[in-house]
Write a protein that binds this ligand. Structure first.
Ligand code: NAP
Length: 246
């Protein structure tokens, strides 16, 4: 059995999740990559991870489905032996002004982003309590802190993750489990590629660093929160946003 620590990362076949998986693999973690969609890309990501000489398993689940999350967590423990770090990264947007927003677009964002965070964490936490250690890091967003027109559903889900993080941090600190959130600003992934150039220009004007962030710049902060260097940090929301929200 490997001596490496094990990280389970949801939605890790592309975007920020993939960068987090690569960053943690580079730092010696064995990796469980959660995916929702079957794709040849999944095996490619697994191969990229294994190039760091660590073990990597693909574990499928829709995070909005509690039973699938239960099965995914069991499968991770069976294959990799333990879970030291959980990164709740899977997320979607369904943007639109509230007066036109469909109930399904509100509900699906809450189901995946917020209930999904509960579904995976609820299944991981008994293992972490038993092993008397663990890190839980959830991807919030600056819009969960500051709000954003056209994103009531997304902002509500990401603000919910902040309340969830702070409450759970208080519940499990005595068990040596640290719980934090990362709040990215505008990061260059598929999620933001859909924005028009004029919208992007408008966003840059609100960012002191005047550019989008890179997935790797978020992954570095997640690495810190997964490491011994953050042993006295819990219940925090770390903005990674080029100074957008202060
Ligand atoms: P992305 O490129 O759109 O990737 C999202 C990932 O989540 C994909 O791997 C996707 O899998 C997965 N996913 C979606 N629904 C899922 C479900 N029900 N079950 C399992 N996996 C699911 O997004 P990203 O930009 O990397 O964002 C990652 C996280 O950071 C999200 O929580 C997002 O809200 C947050 N964030 C992003 C930004 C930004 O500017 N990009 C800013 C703030 C916060 P599929 O391939 O199957 O769809």
């Amino acid at each position: 059995m490997s001596e490496n620590k094990v990280a389970l990362i949801t939605g890790a076949t592309r975007g920020i999740g993939k960068e987090i998986a690569l960053e943690l693999a580079e730092n010696g973690f064995d990796i469980a990559i959660n995916y929702r969609s079957e794709s040849d890309l999944n095996e490619e990501v697994k191969k990229e991870i294994e190039q760091f000489g660590v073990r990597c398993e693909l574990v499928g689940a829709d995070v909005a489905n509690f039973e699938q999350c239960e099965k995914m967590v069991k499968e991770t423990i069976e294959k990799l032996g333990r879970i030291d770090v959980l990164v709740n990264n899977a997320g979607i947007t369904r943007d639109g002004l509230l007066m036109r927003m469909k109930k399904e677009d509100f509900q699906s964002v809450i189901d995946i982003n917020l209930t999904g965070t509960f579904n995976v964490t609820r299944n991981v936490i008994p293992y972490m309590i038993k092993q008397k250690s663990g890190r839980i890091i959830s991807l919030s967003s600056v819009v969960g802190v500051a709000g954003n027109a056209g994103q009531t559903n997304y902002s509500a889900s990401k603000a919910g993750i902040i309340g969830f993080t702070k409450s759970l941090a208080k519940e499990v600190a005595s068990r040596n489990i640290l719980v934090n959130a990362v709040a990215p600003g505008f990061i260059d992934t598929d999620m933001t590629k859909v924005l028009s150039d004029s919208v992007k220009e408008g966003i840059y004007s609100q960012i002191p660093l005047k550019r989008m962030g890179l997935p790797r710049e978020v992954a570095k902060v997640v690495k810190f929160l997964s490491s011994e260097d953050s042993s006295y940090v819990t219940g925090q929301v770390v903005n990674v946003d080029g100074g957008m929200v202060m």
